[in-house]
Write a protein that binds this ligand. Structure first.
Ligand code: ZN
Length: 253
């Protein structure tokens, strides 16, 4: 059984990923069912620490992934891209290393309560606090691109790169439009779409991806070729259809 010391060793090995934006995958079906990759993919891993029998991985935006290893769980750190057989629970892939969790029976995402005050209203709240979200989105400089603002966890908590792309597509709003240029009705439509799609996902609906990771393929609504391009300071990839999500300072390819 992993004891405190082995947890501390795991935490020490995982330090190579601290401070990096990580790609997150959940190859094991039981882990995939928790929808962790959708929430965490592309976020910066801020700290890793062993607390009691838990390993706490703290991500930007106040999300904390708690891993309890029980009898069988084991964290490894491998060079990025190392071939492996079998399906680990979780892969956190940085620029040069990847942290891999095998057999992690307890894995849950919690909120860092210390950071709660800094977080926007949670998009998964039912019903979502759309008015409060709108207020926060209107409190920042309005030349900011809507696609960038949607990922700012201080404005709206919980929208990751996947649901940003899908909800903007649903509402026919280009990620490149400045907030100033997006009306309240349109912003609410984007937030409602994000809420609906994400609640569906939490409840196990297997929705069809409309634009996310579909660059170069035809838009399912209008047939225009879907594009992708890095957006915001972190250059996280935005996906959009230039045919039915028009306007804004669309990047030249
Ligand atoms: Zn389209």
């Amino acid at each position: 059984m992993p004891e405190g010391d082995s947890l501390r060793r795991a935490a020490r090995r995982l330090q190579v990923l601290a401070g990096e934006r990580v790609e997150v995958e959940t190859p094991h079906p039981r882990a995939a069912a928790k929808h962790l990759a959708e929430r965490l993919d592309g976020l910066r891993l801020e700290t890793v620490e062993a607390v009691g029998k838990h390993l706490l991985l703290r991500f930007e935006g106040g999300l904390v992934l708690r891993s309890h290893l029980r009898m069988s769980g084991r964290w490894r750190v491998d060079p990025r891209g190392m071939p492996r057989s079998g399906r680990p629970w979780l892969v956190l892939r940085g620029a040069r290393h990847e942290g891999v969790l095998w057999n992690g029976p307890v894995l849950e995402l919690v909120r860092d309560l210390g950071a709660a005050g800094r977080l926007g209203p949670d998009i998964l709240d039912d019903p979502p606090a759309l008015g409060a979200m709108l207020q926060r989105l209107r409190s920042v400089p309005q030349d900011r691109e809507v696609g960038d603002a949607l990922l700012d966890q201080r404005l709206v908590a919980g929208i990751g790169n996947l649901w940003k792309a899908e909800s903007l597509w649903e509402a026919r709003v280009s990620p490149w439009r400045a907030l100033a240029d997006v009306g309240d009705t349109e912003l609410i439509a984007v937030l409602e779409a994000a809420h609906r799609l994400m609640r569906g996902s939490v409840e196990g609906e297997r929705g069809t991806r409309r634009v996310y990771r579909r660059a170069g393929r035809a838009c399912r609504r209008c047939g225009t070729v879907v594009r992708s391009y890095g957006q915001g300071e972190a250059a996280r990839t935005a996906y959009w259809c230039p045919g039915c999500q028009r306007g804004g300072r669309e990047p030249v390819s």
